[in-house]
Design a protein around this ligand. Structure first.
Ligand code: SAM
Length: 343
């Protein structure tokens, strides 16, 4: 395909993803088009043998290239991150006119899915990129994609590194840090370790995307949830209730712990959390829910994406005496919450 055609196709998909109106069918087609463009540009078969292999690091797992490439299919996730990133770039441009917004994008995967669409919106005078990725095949793939798009002018540097350990050169230049290296309940992958390492090196006004990720103890009413899928039932049905956050990752948290974590390593305290008050007559699933404020209005709440599905801990049918949990977020080879029930 001609570069001009490719750019037009990329632009059309991007406009659909950025649209304020959500039309699921159009959004799905836009994501499909993006994926086929990425496949063509990268000349990579992400389903080939071996690409499902994770890289295991001492602060968690970096998922295999195959899965990283498939993240684009998580439609509401992809939409929220690209919209949030665009909005943050607009804000930086407004605050510092005439200067490009400098984005540090960590964990590009094979396609740099969250920024490539935005080259149809911003020029290299408006947007500059520092890209980090641990997987060498993904790094080669994104180099090829930017080259074939004639978009190398957007790139300051690409580093093949462990971002949880990386010292950012010229860190004061970075205006925005964006990363999505997570699963539900912030388990297994390295969102927490990477955010702490990278964001703590940036200037105070730097924007963090996602702006906030919070974990909650929740009651989820399975029957009410099923009813939301029933076309006859109109309107929003509340099928879950969250506790106050039991863990929060945002820039305030990173800044307040930065000094101590630099000296002693990342270590969070244990916390006691009671179940939220009953909101339904049905016994409920006891779960950890993940809320993601990507940026400003772009948020992902329960079941809106694979990242915000509830993590089942148990069920009130089986454990009617449970009143809460003690939890501690651990950062090690298998990061996540360590949980004990309270009766
Ligand atoms: C969930 S995928 C996201 C892919 C893409 N950014 C997207 O949003 O569609 C996470 C990516 O981060 C990379 N990654 C995970 N941990 C990393 C680390 N410590 N340093 C650098 N890259 C890492 C993985 O290799 C993977 O490509």
């Amino acid at each position: 395909m001609q570069v001009l055609n490719i750019f037009e196709k990329l632009k059309n998909s991007t406009q659909e993803i950025l649209s304020d109106q959500i039309n699921y069918l159009k959004l799905k087609n836009a994501a499909e088009d993006l994926k086929s463009l990425f496949n063509e540009l990268s000349e990579l078969n992400i389903d080939a043998d071996g690409f499902e292999q994770s890289v295991f690091l001492d602060t968690g797992e970096a998922i295999g290239l195959k899965w990283a490439g498939r993240c684009v299919d998580d439609l509401m996730r992809t939409r929220a991150f690209i919209r949030g990133l665009k909005r943050s770039i607009d804000e930086v441009k407004e605050k510092t006119p005439g200067k490009p917004a400098c984005v540090l994008y960590c964990g590009t995967g094979p396609f740099a899915t969250l920024v490539v669409p935005l080259i149809t919106v911003f020029t290299p005078n408006e947007l500059q990129l520092v890209l980090l990725e641990i997987n060498p095949v993904s790094v080669e793939s994104i180099k090829k994609i930017f080259k074939k798009l004639g978009a190398e002018d957007y790139i300051i540097e690409i580093h093949q590194v462990d971002a949880a350990k990386f010292a950012i050169p010229n860190s004061e230049e970075i205006d925005i840090l964006v990363l999505e290296c997570m699963q539900i309940a912030l388990a297994k992958e390295q969102q927490v370790a990477i955010t702490h390492n990278l964001y703590s090196q940036l200037k105070p006004e730097a924007i963090l995307i996602p702006e906030e990720i919070s974990l909650h103890l929740a009651l989820v009413d399975g029957r009410a949830k099923m009813a939301t899928f029933d076309a006859i039932v109109m309107g929003d049905i509340v099928y879950h209730k969250n506790s106050e956050p039991l863990f929060v990752l945002n820039k305030e948290e990173v800044r307040s712990n930065a000094k101590a974590f630099k000296q002693e390593g990342i270590s969070f305290p244990k916390k006691k959390t009671l179940l939220p008050k009953a909101f339904s007559n049905n016994p409920c699933m006891i779960a950890i829910t993940t809320e993601i404020k990507v940026y400003k209005e772009d948020i992902l709440t329960i079941d809106e994406s694979s990242l915000t599905a509830p993590l089942r801990l148990g069920h009130q049918d089986e454990q009617p005496n449970t009143i809460g949990i003690t939890s501690q977020f651990l950062v090690n080879e298998l990061p996540g919450l360590e949980i004990d029930f309270i009766e």
